[in-house]
Ligand binder design. Structure first.
Ligand SMILES: [Zn+2]
Length: 418
């Protein structure tokens, strides 16, 4: 038995009609009136199925089917919040797939060895407070109540206040943490938000790893002077230094680090930024990502050496500041294998790939085995009204996830507790 696609599309049209910006994409921030309305609909659907439902301290919805089974559950789901004028498919697809999968497992009276738990993570996009994946971070103990009082939005309202006024008991954060033996595996279906699947004409991506990232801010300072009267040999020009370092970045990522390493300079500024003056200061940012943490380390080392050498050569002062970092997450080999086995058996048009973007389920990596299935995004576009995934691909992704969940939930798993 497969999913009932028409039924799922009814849910889909119901939720995407709830937006603050009709005609201009989906705007459904966590803790907004639109969020409340979407939650009401989804909770009513879960109640119809007789799931045991819990809304936790930060607003994650957890709904279990088979709570009488005394084993760790298989968790599936994603998020329903969006960015301002975002797309229809980001997050929502994974949530509605999970809901529909539970319906099918109930209808076909599958005998489960493990409960199935639907999760809707709150505030994934960071649209309120600029902190992405807040729901999954709180669920996994990355913030305590005091810290949630200090994170504020543009109007000075804290997470604590916002969540409390949405009707949740945020004081409960510590009691609502995800425990290690609660969940056997977490699998998230999500749109790719990139163009790899489309380019390769595949409808399914099995995610192997989620890239880690380092962001550096580099400052070079030299001597400002007249562009016409200063001989080339007497200059200390930070723009020349920056150009040297930036051109080195491509070579270093391609030849000195690993095949998976990518590095980008996307932001640069210069002072005084005048055509006929040798600049005083140049500041630029380097975003380095890799699914192998080693690649980031090798690159960072080479980068620092280069900045030092170039600064000496051009008599520049320099600072290198690490302004952001996240770790590489390797997804569970057992789940990857399980997904691939079914994809192969049932002739899905699939490939393995890595994710350059981070997702909620990655936050659960230390507590359970994590897997992700990607479906294509037309033109790689996401976080915009043009975001699009075909019905055919959604259908394929949902059925694959259904089959994976059914297989995991019915077989005797060696790893039943951690
Ligand atoms: Zn998302």
């Amino acid at each position: 038995m497969g999913i009932n696609f028409e039924r799922m599309m009814l849910d889909f049209s119901k939720i995407i009609s709830i937006t603050k910006t009709p005609g201009n994409g989906c705007t459904r921030f966590s803790y907004s009136p639109e969020d409340k309305q979407a939650r009401q609909y989804l909770l009513s659907q879960m109640e119809l199925l007789g799931l045991s439902i819990k809304v936790d301290a930060i607003g994650n919805i957890r709904a279990k089917f088979g709570k009488e089974i005394d084993k760790p559950s298989i968790m599936i789901g994603s998020h329903i919040d969006t960015v301002e004028s975002g797309g229809k498919y980001d997050g929502l697809t994974g949530v509605l797939a999970a809901l529909e999968i539970i319906r099918v497992l109930i209808e076909e009276e599958t005998e489960l060895r493990h409960p199935i738990e639907l999760i809707i993570f709150a505030e994934e996009e960071g649209s309120n407070f600029g902190v992405t994946m807040l729901g999954s971070k709180v669920l996994t103990g990355r913030y305590n109540v005091e810290e949630l009082k200090s994170i504020k939005n543009g109007e000075g309202i804290s997470v604590y206040e916002k969540v409390q006024s949405f009707g949740l008991n945020i004081e409960n954060v510590e009691n609502d943490l995800l425990r290690k033996n609660e969940v056997m595996s977490m699998i998230e279906l999500h749109i790719e938000q990139g163009a790899v699947l489309e380019t390769q004409s595949k409808s399914i991506g099995i995610v192997q790893a989620i890239a880690g990232m380092n962001t550096y801010k580099i400052n070079l300072e030299g001597e400002s002077n007249h562009a016409g009267t200063t001989p080339m040999g007497l200059r200390s020009d930070p723009m020349v230094g920056a150009a040297n370092i930036i051109s080195f970045i491509q070579q270093a990522a391609k030849e000195m680090a690993l095949p998976s390493t990518v590095a980008t300079v996307g932001k640069i500024s210069c002072q005084p930024n005048v055509p006929n003056i040798i600049p005083k200061k140049v500041e630029f940012y380097i975003d380095i990502r890799d699914v192998e943490s080693n690649g980031i380390e090798i690159f960072s080392k080479k980068l620092k050496e280069k900045v030092k050498n170039v600064s000496e050569e051009h008599s520049l002062k320099n600072t290198i500041e690490l302004i952001g970092a996240s770790n590489t997450v390797k997804l569970s080999p057992r789940i990857i294998e399980q997904i691939e086995e079914i994809a192969k058996e049932q002739n899905y048009n699939y490939m393995k790939l890595n994710s350059g973007a981070v997702h909620d389920s990655a936050m659960l990596n230390n507590l359970t085995e994590v897997g992700m299935i990607f479906i294509p995004s037309l033109g790689g576009k996401s976080h915009c009204p043009e975001e699009f995934t075909s019905e055919k691909d959604i259908h394929a992704g949902c059925n694959l996830l259904l089959n994976v969940v059914r297989a995991l939930a019915t077989k005797k798993n060696e790893i039943e507790t951690f």
